[in-house]
Design a protein. Structure first.
Length: 276
């Protein structure tokens, strides 16, 4: 289901802006948010709520931005778990022993593009700046996941692998899972060459054509549809998948966009935490 997500705060109220999925807000089981680029202390190319720890922005700025963002969505930035993302499909289950790793503590977690936990009070997050941030909640078994799905992650079916992980390790029935796709680059601007488009076709068959556009020798791929299709194949109900309408490229004044900003830009973060 494509929909407009709700804003925390308003553009000119002096607070960091974040988005929330209404269906996650209403169940009372999680705190969560998808950050934007607004309301922080960074400047120049990283203006203003840069949450990218591996950018050339100062660490002091980034940590302060995390403090503001986490305060806005009601989580504790000092407990937030982050990993080094490499556009892969590896997923890690974390515990309270990992609290703060990657931000306020040195991390020994390694390279993962997805995190899972069933422990309340432990926020987990993934970065994005055009790629698709995916948050998941099993409200029955009280399990959450945060996934970073770029085009390589989409090809590798990282979303589907996350569902398989929570089913195998926590007994989750995919039919119970609620999923929120945050802001990302949409088909209107996700341009790929014929070689990459061929990879999508080989991997997804004719579904890769659905929602895609061709202009001359360039192709524009709808990764939202492909990510949704792989989740449905794994048993997630279509009506439980909520997709933000916001395109990071089209709304570059609100979101960081790697492509719109010419490659030098900040990063946003999607965070989710079990409340109970």
């Amino acid at each position: 289901m494509n929909m407009n997500f709700n804003f925390f705060g308003k553009p000119n109220d002096g607070n960091p802006i974040a988005l929330a999925c209404p269906f996650f807000e209403n169940n009372g089981l999680v705190r969560h948010g998808f950050s934007t680029r607004l309301g922080g202390v960074s400047d120049d190319a990283y203006f203003s709520l840069n949450l990218g720890l591996n950018t050339k922005d100062s660490r002091e700025n980034v940590v302060e931005n995390y403090r503001r963002f986490c305060e806005q969505i009601g989580t504790d930035y000092e407990k937030l778990v982050l990993t080094r993302q490499v556009h892969g499909t590896n997923i890690k289950t974390v515990t309270k022993e990992d609290a703060g790793k990657g931000l306020v503590r040195v991390s020994d977690l390694g390279e993962f593009d997805g995190l899972i936990t069933d422990e309340p009070g432990l926020p987990i997050g993934v970065f994005y700046a055009d790629c698709t941030p995916i948050l998941m909640l099993d409200p029955k078994h009280k399990v959450i996941a945060a996934v970073h799905s770029g085009w390589k992650g989409t090809l590798g079916r990282i979303g589907r692998k996350a569902v398989q992980e929570v089913r195998r390790n926590f007994g989750t029935d995919p039919k119970d899972i609620l999923v929120a796709f945050g802001p990302s680059i949409k088909a209107c601007h996700f341009e790929v060459g014929e070689d990459v488009f061929s990879m999508f076709c080989q991997n997804f068959g004719t579904r890769a054509l659905y929602g895609s556009l061709q202009k001359g020798e360039k192709f524009y791929v709808n990764t939202d549809k492909l990510n949704r299709a792989q989740l449905i194949e794994e048993g997630v109900r279509e009506e439980n998948i909520f997709i933000s309408n916001s395109c990071t490229y089209c709304h570059n004044d609100t979101f960081y966009s790697h492509r719109a900003d010419g490659g030098k830009t900040g990063r946003m973060c999607a965070v989710i935490e079990l409340v109970k």
